[in-house]
Design a binder for this molecule. Structure first.
Ligand SMILES: Cc1cc2nc3c(=O)[nH]c(=O)nc-3n(C[C@H](O)[C@H](O)[C@H](O)COP(=O)(O)OP(=O)(O)OC[C@H]3O[C@@H](n4cnc5c(N)ncnc54)[C@H](O)[C@@H]3O)c2cc1C
Length: 384
């Protein structure tokens, strides 16, 4: 596989890198401390075309491929994982499925404004009692005449309180004794939709993570995405795209932690010179650099497969598993290299360490990625 980036991919990476360094990096620690969602910066990100990167231009998007999108996420993750996660959710698990499964009328109404940067999208699959076991969700969509009536609650919803619309998965019926799931596009400002609360988190503190409730929320049938019963297919397809993005976010966090550690090794003196001369620390730096490079190649491969129209379930799971676990090891080691200064908020490394933690949990835990990979390996002829 050829890893040379196209002109568009390189241009997007440069543009996002410059914006991230100039407009996000100087403020990220303060937003984190104040748990403040940076609305004004998101307006700028929307104007730059970063909400609907893979959406065709005719629907208000940037018309880029998934590889360019992942490169952009890495650059955002490198300076601020909170900003990165909201961009990731709106692109890969809101815009991408509405673009892929929506009718033209739905795209006009619920994709164009998001993809063109007017508002963020959210993805509501998880529930208080159903995360890894997504098929255990209990939010119901009952048919009432031509309408559906939603009842239930969703947990951990990134950008719930700041989004314009969300993709909500619910049980819409039963087939052969098993629940049937459907996906609905639900505007946040709609009767029966309530933000129940905002989570207090270890990391990603300037991103909003909400519990969202639906009580007798009446939706006309044009809110149904795809056909009745397509819900699980839409959710799983969205997550294949999303996981490559979370791998890219993880590589970005790891790169951010690596960069500050690399500088610190030159700055900090002990035993008569910079600590970067100690072989033990150099070995660690070498391991960190190798893990970052491997993570980047893995997400690029996962994204490239999808860009070529190929299924990337296994590759996205491998990329997410490696990159998220590696970003935790790298952030841990970067804190260690800072000694006591790594444990206080004066250096960004403390934030990177907290932010890395969730990458092995959301969009499928590491345990679930291993299951996905094992299933694919067992089904393939070579096992490779
Ligand atoms: C900050 C944040 C943002 C999020 N954003 C969103 C969002 O926008 N939209 C959304 O829908 N969800 C979101 N999530 C939810 C996230 O995807 C879930 O937390 C995740 O899928 C795990 O589900 P759970 O928390 O219910 O854990 P559980 O599923 O209860 O898992 C608990 C433990 O059991 C393990 N486990 C479960 N099943 C198995 C198995 N079969 N084999 C081995 N081990 C297993 C898990 O790996 C984990 O270690 C977010 C979560 C967080 C923390």
């Amino acid at each position: 596989m050829d890893w040379k980036l196209t002109a568009d991919q390189s241009m997007i990476r440069e543009m996002v890198r410059e914006f991230a360094d100039a407009e996000i990096a100087p403020h990220a620690a303060e937003w984190d401390r104040r748990k403040e969602f940076p609305s004004a910066t998101f307006e700028q990100l929307g104007e730059l075309g970063l909400f609907g990167m893979v959406v065709p231009e005719e629907w208000g998007g940037a018309g880029l491929d998934g590889t360019a999108y992942c490169l952009a996420l890495e650059e955002l993750g490198r300076v601020d994982a909170s900003t990165c996660v909201a961009i990731s959710v709106t692109n890969s698990v809101y815009c991408a499925p509405v673009n892929k499964f929506g009718t033209d009328a739905q795209k006009d109404r619920w994709l164009r404004p998001c993809a063109s940067g007017q508002w963020l999208g959210a993805f509501c699959l998880s529930e208080p009692d159903a995360g890894s076991d997504a098929a255990g969700l209990t939010t119901r969509a009952e048919r009432r005449g031509d309408d559906y009536v939603l009842n239930g609650s969703k947990a951990w919803i990134t950008s719930g309180e700041v989004c314009g619309a969300m993709l909500v998965f619910a049980v819409s019926g039963e087939v052969a004794g098993k629940p049937e799931f459907s996906a609905f596009i639900v505007p946040r400002e709609h009767d029966g939709v309530a933000i129940i609360h905002r989570e207090e988190k270890m990391g990603l503190r300037s991103s909003c993570t909400n519990q969202v409730g639906f009580e007798d929320c009446v939706l006309s049938s044009d809110h149904l995405l795809g056909n009745e019963g397509d819900g699980l297919k839409i959710a799983l397809d969205s997550l294949d795209g999303g996981r490559a993005g979370i791998a890219a976010q993880s590589v970005g966090i790891a790169q951010g932690a690596f960069d500050v550690a690399h500088s610190y090794l030159q700055e900090r003196d002990a035993f008569g010179g910079p600590i970067g001369r100690f072989e033990g620390l150099r070995h660690e730096l070498g391991r960190m650099a190798a893990e970052i490079r491997a993570g980047r190649l893995l997400y690029l491969r996962a994204a490239t497969l999808r860009d070529r129209g190929l299924r990337n379930t296994r590759q996205a799971a491998i990329a997410k598993l490696h990159a998220s676990e590696a970003s935790n090891r790298i952030a841990y080691q970067a804190v260690q290299m800072h000694g006591g200064y790594g444990y206080v908020t004066d250096y960004d490394v403390e934030r990177f360490y907290r932010d890395a933690r969730v990458t092995t949990i959301y969009e499928g835990t590491s345990e679930i990625q291993r299951l996905v990979i094992a299933r694919a390996v067992l089904q393939s002829a070579t096992g490779a």
